[in-house]
Ligand binder design. Structure first.
Ligand SMILES: C[S@@+](CC[C@H](N)C(=O)[O-])C[C@H]1O[C@@H](n2cnc3c(N)ncnc32)[C@H](O)[C@@H]1O
Ligand code: SF4
Length: 296
């Protein structure tokens, strides 16, 4: 048994399927985005874990599985909220007790980095933090305010730039459909502008989905109407058209997407656009994910 205490549900990016999931906090320190229910269960109320518990988990994992662990994902919703000195102690313990680890990653909110200097982020990178996943969700300030993301175009850019300067790989998530019908065009345009301004190494889109209803989102976003399948493709076409990326791995393959898109941007831009345009013009001829196979 892994000597780590898990508080369910625990989320991780699909690309961390092989990683040791190491909770250093429980829940999300912000937890106010009206589209997100990931950490709303009472047991997921935000709490930083005691340093002793985390360090002991690392030591015991090292004793039992020391040379087998190659990747570590620091959970939960925004592990980088911890002060730099606590993060450095965790990264150093991983290096000492799990010597085969080659990649340490975590989710990160732009606000987590606001008070951390460039030098601190550089120190985290030097101590082994290799990759972070940033749920930008949109580059449009009106959409971000309406869904209570607590971030803006500028705050997200600033965080992505700090990470990029430190050489930390950035994986950015954008939510297709988040602006609803009303703000779809500006959501697409400004999300593309955000990606262009920051040139992340990875960019992923998910379709905003509501397994337990849209009530919370609608309450703060008067007039929000979900995009239908066709409108989601139109928004995606507009977003992709606006992207001017030099070398970004693009993925739209999460289970929430109807249309699976994968490629490297800019090289594959025309091919991906063709795929989306086909889905816009003739969805019956495009290879779409069946409704039963979609999910969050
Ligand atoms: C665990 S959360 C993100 C971590 C981090 N707190 C952040 O916001 O960057 C992972 C991502 O799931 C996505 N997500 C959350 N609620 C969603 C929803 N209702 N539909 C689709 N994707 C959602 C968002 O893109 C979010 O950034
Ligand atoms: S999207 Fe991220 S920041 Fe927003 S509530 Fe969910 S986990 Fe927290």
């Amino acid at each position: 048994m892994i000597p780590i205490r898990y508080v369910e549900p625990v989320f991780r990016p699909p690309s961390e399927a092989e990683s040791l999931i190491l909770p250093v906090t429980d829940g999300c320190s912000w937890n106010q985005c009206t589209f997100c229910e990931m950490y709303t269960a009472p047991q997921k109320k935000f709490k930083a874990r005691e340093a002793d518990e985390v360090l002991e988990s690392i030591r015991l994992t090292g004793e039992r599985y020391g040379d087998q662990v190659r990747r570590v994902f620091l959970a939960d919703g925004d592990a980088l909220v911890l002060p730099t000195r606590r993060l450095l102690a965790i990264l150093e313990a991983i290096r000492a007790h799990l010597p085969a680890v080659r990649r340490i990653s975590s989710y990160c909110l732009p606000r987590n980095l606001r008070k951390k200097s460039q030098q601190e982020i550089d120190e985290l990178a030097a101590a082994g933090l290799k990759m972070v996943y940033v749920g930008a969700e949109s580059g449009d300030d009106q959409v971000l305010a309406a869904v209570q993301k607590g971030e803006t175009f500028d705050s997200t850019c600033a965080a992505l730039d700090k990470l990029g300067n430190a050489g930390i790989t950035r994986s950015v998530m954008i939510l297709n459909g988040l602006g609803g019908k009303l703000l779809s065009a500006q959501h697409a345009d400004n999300s593309a502008r955000l990606a262009n301004a920051t040139q992340p190494e990875y960019l992923a889109t998910l379709v905003v989905s509501f397994p337990t209803g849209e009530g919370r989102l609608r309450a703060g976003f008067p007039g929000w109407e979900p995009l239908g399948q066709h409108e989601l493709f139109v928004e995606m076409e507009r977003f992709l058209s606006g992207l001017e990326l030099e070398r970004t791995v693009f993925r739209s393959d999460h289970a929430s997407n109807w249309l699976v898109l994968k490629g490297t941007l800019g090289a594959d831009k025309e091919r991906l656009l063709q795929q989306v345009r086909q889905a816009v013009a003739a969805p019956e001829a495009a290879r779409l994910r069946p409704a039963w196979a979609r999910g969050l």
